[in-house]
Design a protein around this ligand. Structure first.
Ligand SMILES: [Zn+2]
Length: 469
């Protein structure tokens, strides 16, 4: 296909510029003020243009972006599982960098290599994991996650059938203040437990384990005893195709500075200053925090590869879906009522998921250690199918390549089901005017779709050969 035939490639030329140039260009723009939610953090009035304040001025932007065909390489290492070789726990990190990449992605690569070295040593003593471990070094992440996307396009069916989880570490050590974690809800409890096993490598009053320091420095709420904050998956690294295309549970981990939305990055991100010197002299001189990340990542991988019953949680997922429902109901319940659209079916699907999740966990807790491998496999298959059941093969409305009905972020910022949340935002404030008929139809469709998928998820957890079939 010729580049001009693609409806996916952006048509507006874009080029990153530095602070000084940005101040100079944006500071001289004229035109109406941009709304506050679209302003940046420079100390200027943000204006739309297109004129400049001094009319005679013009800007000529030369964009030096070349299009060329390149070969990329994903490198995949495998430790074949002893008892369930057809179940894969995948660890991944990209290898390409904008510059030297000592933080992004090489701090992650150092950890991945250290894990393979340690597990390789265990293998020489005869060890093998119960399930297969895969270690992937992705190419071309920075250009649009091409390595991981194309791999999932090529092996999507196999991965959908066999992958237990995908564990991503990209910028392993940006700073050494706290952990920033993203996870599908089903893996949050596992992450909290794994963090309790890892010692914090320097002495601090905030605690002795990663979990203690992390909870203290990144609490979920203002309550000092609240668990550490774990975000839902975003759209930022090679875990995206796993979760949004094929519904594989994911984790994404990084050590960062104090994390806030106004200061989400460290200043040297993607610059030429991401050098070995930066790591060795400033961020992590003894590489103790690289070791911490290797211990955490390997601990998580081994839990998923070795446990008889997969450490995939069901009720925390149901709680997340319930929170998404509550957000919708609290914010827009009266609007739905005014338009005579009932939320009852959605509410019932959400409740069914909660009940199925609790019942499933009760069943699991009654299992013994010496569970018959076929029985264990039956429950594990159900746990794996739970995430897959959120996948809509037709994709989300207007974003067909995003197929996860819960964990594809919305086009508009909401805290509810992405496609339904978008449809709600498109309704505007007046839901009943005749001009809104098409949008209202779209909203009803999205309500049906999300109801259907949540009920399908609940069904995956039902007792085999009983209530459902
Ligand atoms: Zn990266």
């Amino acid at each position: 296909m010729d580049q001009s035939e693609s409806n996916q490639l952006p048509t507006i030329p874009a080029h990153p510029i530095g602070y000084t140039d940005a101040m100079e260009l944006l500071g001289h723009m004229d035109g109406p003020l941009v709304p506050s939610y679209r302003r940046g953090l420079l100390d200027i009035d943000y204006r739309f243009g297109p004129e400049m304040l001094t009319p005679a001025r013009k800007v000529r932007l030369e964009v030096n972006v070349e299009t060329e065909r390149r070969t990329i390489h994903n490198v995949v290492g495998i430790i074949r599982g002893r008892e369930e070789p057809d179940r894969y726990v995948v660890l991944g990190n990209h290898r390409d960098a904008w510059n030297l990449g000592a933080v992004d992605p090489n701090s992650g690569t150092a950890c991945l290599l250290e894990i393979t070295r340690a597990l390789g040593e265990m293998m020489t003593r005869g060890w093998r994991p119960r399930r297969t471990l895969m270690f992937v070094s992705w190419d071309a992440e920075e250009h649009g996650m091409h390595g991981s996307y194309e791999w999932i396009e090529e092996f999507g069916k196999i991965m959908s059938d066999r992958a237990v989880a995908y564990l991503n570490v990209d910028n392993a050590v940006r700073e050494v203040y706290t952990l920033r974690a993203r996870a599908t809800p089903s893996l949050k409890p596992l992450l909290r437990e794994a963090a309790k096993m890892v010692p914090w490598p320097v002495s601090t009053q905030d605690g002795e384990t990663l979990y203690e320091v992390w909870s203290k420095r990144s609490p979920q709420t203002s309550d000092p005893d609240s668990p550490p904050e774990i975000d839902l998956p975003a759209s930022a690294s090679d875990y995206v195709p796993f979760v949004r295309r094929i519904g594989v549970p994911i984790l994404d981990l990084a050590l960062v500075h104090r994390y806030t939305y106004t200061y989400p990055n460290y200043p040297l991100y993607h610059t030429a200053y991401e050098t070995f010197h930066l790591q060795k002299s400033h961020i992590d001189p003894d590489f103790k925090f690289h070791r911490l990340m290797s211990q955490l990542w390997a601990g998580l991988a081994l839990s998923l590869a070795e446990a008889t019953i997969l450490p995939i949680d069901t009720s925390e997922y149901a709680d997340t879906v319930r929170e998404m429902y509550d957000w919708l109901e609290n914010g827009y319940g009266s609007k739905f009522e005014g338009a005579t659209i009932s939320l009852d079916a959605l509410e019932s699907a959400v409740s069914n998921f909660s009940q199925a999740a609790v019942a499933f966990e009760e069943k699991l807790s009654s299992l013994q250690d010496d569970t018959d491998p076929l029985v264990a496999r039956m429950y594990n298959d159900q746990l794996m199918q739970m995430e897959r059941a959120f996948i809509d093969p037709l994709g989300l409305l207007y974003r067909r390549l995003n197929r996860h009905t819960i964990l594809s972020s919305g086009l508009y910022p909401t805290e509810t089901f992405p496609a339904l949340g978008d449809a709600v935002r498109r309704m505007g404030s007046d839901w009943t005017s005749p001009g809104k008929a098409d949008k209202l139809k779209e909203l009803k469709e999205q309500l049906s779709i999300i109801t259907f998928f949540i009920q399908s998820v609940a069904n995956t957890l039902a007792k085999p050969a009983s209530t459902v079939f």
